[in-house]
Ligand binder design. Structure first.
Ligand SMILES: C[S@@+](CC[C@H](N)C(=O)[O-])C[C@H]1O[C@@H](n2cnc3c(N)ncnc32)[C@H](O)[C@@H]1O
Length: 256
């Protein structure tokens, strides 16, 4: 039977497809492309059968996939990359060896590149935490974003569903300070907006814009990533480089 490829497709712009992803995609007759990838990848999908996976319940999806697989290799375009919050795990587990997963460029990678900032800057940030308020759970002892936010943490918030004012209040309590925050909306897609600010001014900067799709007719989480923490605006000089040269890069027996 033909293979099924789960191809990390990046945030939406095909320029972020890997060479391997592009090669395997070109050999597929059928592609499941989550909206808006059926549009942004249109030139890569010409002549192929294209379906939107979220239009189906699991059994229907499986049936469609199996019937297409009889005719040739099938691809799923995975938004960003499989590493975080990818919805296809049940299919991949079921397919076993017939599934091949191709890594891609995650939204976090593009956000970091957009800012031209590494998200872990020694001395400023000693840990990065990836979280979504949708998946933290609602048990009494479930962690909140306030619990995760703390000095030295870079927090990447996916699929936020907390109104911005409330989100900022939680983060302010966690960090205990006014730290930088950046909202990345529709990175690499039409309508892209990047709003940078601090916990104290971001609500005013965003104004009426519904970046988290809290008022829209569709329930699907907005394509918006929030990144918070001191590292977003921190900068370093050559001393930082030399410290690493001395402590990490040189041979153990190398003298100064
Ligand atoms: C189901 S998760 C998929 C994450 C994906 N696997 C990744 O590696 O980026 C969907 C969430 O990822 C973020 N996201 C995905 N695409 C985005 C984009 N183009 N711009 C900003 N955020 C995006 C948003 O937080 C969105 O709610």
């Amino acid at each position: 039977m033909n293979p099924v490829y789960f191809i990390g497709a990046g945030p939406g712009d095909p320029e972020f497809l890997t060479l391997k992803g592009a090669r395997l995609l070109s050999g597929c007759r059928s592609v499941f492309a989550p909206t808006p990838f059926e549009d942004t990848f249109a030139s890569y999908l010409e002549g192929k059968t294209v379906l939107v996976p979220f239009d189906y319940y699991f059994d229907e999806l499986l049936e469609k996939m199996e019937s297409l697989r009889r005719m040739g290799p099938v691809a799923f375009l995975v938004p960003g990359d499989i590493t975080f919050y990818a919805p296809f795990q049940a299919l991949i587990d079921l397919l076993g060896d017939a599934a091949e997963v191709i890594p891609g460029v995650g939204t976090a990678n593009v956000a970091s590149a957009t800012l031209k900032k590494t998200l872990d800057l020694p001395g400023v940030c000693n840990r990065a935490i990836i979280a979504s308020p949708r998946t933290l759970g609602d048990a009494d002892d479930a962690p909140t974003l306030e619990d995760l936010a703390a000095p030295g943490v870079t927090l990447l918030i996916y699929m936020n569903n907390i109104p911005l004012g409330e989100l900022v209040a939680q983060l302010r309590r966690g960090y205990g300070a006014n730290v930088p925050i950046v909202i990345f909306h529709r990175l690499c897609l039409p309508g892209e907006e990047v709003v940078s600010g601090t916990l104290d001014d971001i609500v005013d900067k965003v104004g009426e814009r519904d970046f988290f799709n809290l008022g829209g007719p569709k329930k699907r989480p907005a394509l918006t990533l929030v990144v918070v923490g001191e590292t977003l605006t921190a900068s370093v000089d050559g001393e930082w480089w030399d410290y690493r040269r001395k402590t990490l890069w040189q041979y153990r027996d190398e003298s100064e």
